[in-house]
Write a protein that binds this ligand. Structure first.
Ligand code: DP6
Length: 331
């Protein structure tokens, strides 16, 4: 009997960044991270294991996956097959309602939705922590998208065998927002996995980043527990700039900012000087994500929308955990 399962997960934005891995076979982050799951964007993924397929079939946003994309999906499915004692291949269909591969965390929501849909389709009754650990092995930020609100992911050690993200309880209701400022629809030049490998191998600031990231994470975590927007925003900006400074010092340098990125950052700072608490953070791409109170978000977004070079601004509140949408049994 074939079971088709459909799951939805939301991207997350790290406010204390993950950048760098420890040695080990299962994709372990070198630093702890803290993120907010976004309600306004989502990935929906369907998985069905069935006889008659000689390889996994993967469709992303209506097109066949590239070999590299399909390889990452099959690696996750292989772990699921091993746990479930299954030998059949699967078809996977996934779609984002936001631009893919442009620094908008599509791998986070993508692998979270895939991990949840695949384990359910294979008949595994796993709790969220186990699904998060599975998602983390495909993409560490995906571990965080299994949960809603504000979420932490600890650093791993070379001998870590299980590492799941953990939600900070009750934070979905915190009235804050992240305005996602899209400055280009072009895919990013160097993805996170390659970018952090290159940074670790060549940046003279890497050791300092890893050491300092722990302090920034702890400040961000305490700020969320205290619902202190100013303390969280300050720690988040410092984390983003420390990560980018470390990547910019790599050889050759990794520069993810565009001129529009810098003008948006400057505009956020000028809003803050004028009395609106708003804070910028950037990932492995030129987009800027701006943290503010929920009450200020519409005004912050409308100011940023007017800026030259800004394509679109999406306002997101803390979002829900990943969830199973549909299970269809067939024969
Ligand atoms: C800059 O989770 O995409 O967005 O584990 O290699 O798949 P892999 O990396 P990924 O890296 C995300 C990096 C970041 C910061 C963050 O989300 O914490």
């Amino acid at each position: 009997m074939t079971q088709v399962t459909c799951a939805t997960a939301h991207p997350n934005i790290a406010l204390a960044k993950y950048w760098g891995k420890v040695d080990g076979p299962t994709n372990l982050p070198a630093v702890p991270s803290l993120s907010m799951t976004l309600d306004a964007m989502s990935t929906t993924t369907s998985v069905g294991f069935g006889p008659g397929l000689d390889s996994d079939r993967v469709v992303i946003n209506g097109r066949s996956a590239t070999e590299a994309e399909a390889g990452r999906v099959s690696a996750l499915l292989d772990r699921v097959r091993k746990e479930a004692g299954l030998r059949t291949r699967a078809w996977v269909e996934t779609a984002n309602d936001f631009p893919t591969g442009s620094g908008l965390a599509s791998s986070a929501s993508g692998f979270a939705a895939l991990a949840l849909a695949a384990t359910k389709a294979a008949g595994l009754e796993w709790d969220a922590a186990r699904v998060s650990d599975l998602a983390r092995q495909a993409s560490a930020s995906a571990a965080r998208s299994i949960f809603g609100g504000f979420v932490t992911l600890a650093a791993g050690a070379p001998d870590t065998i299980f590492l799941a993200a953990e939600p900070l309880e009750g934070t979905v209701e915190w009235p804050v927002a992240i305005s996602v400022v899209i400055t280009t629809y072009e895919p990013k030049a160097v993805g996170s996995t390659d970018g952090m490998r290159h940074t670790r191998a060549t940046s003279p600031y890497y050791a300092a980043w890893v050491e300092h990231a722990e302090t920034l994470f702890e400040r961000a975590r305490i700020a969320v527990l205290a619902r202190d927007l100013e303390a969280l925003g300050t720690a988040a900006e410092e984390s983003a700039f420390a990560m980018h400074a470390c990547a910019m010092a790599a050889a050759p340098p990794l520069v993810y900012f565009s001129p529009v990125t810098l003008s948006v950052i400057e505009r956020v700072r000028s809003m803050r000087r004028a009395g609106t608490p708003a804070y910028a953070t950037m990932d492995a791409g030129p987009q800027v994500k701006v943290l503010s109170s929920a009450a200020d978000a519409a005004r912050v977004a409308s100011i940023l929308r007017e800026m030259p070079g800004v394509e679109k601004v999406i306002v997101a509140r803390p979002g829900p955990p990943a969830s199973v949408k549909l299970i269809r049994k067939g024969s």
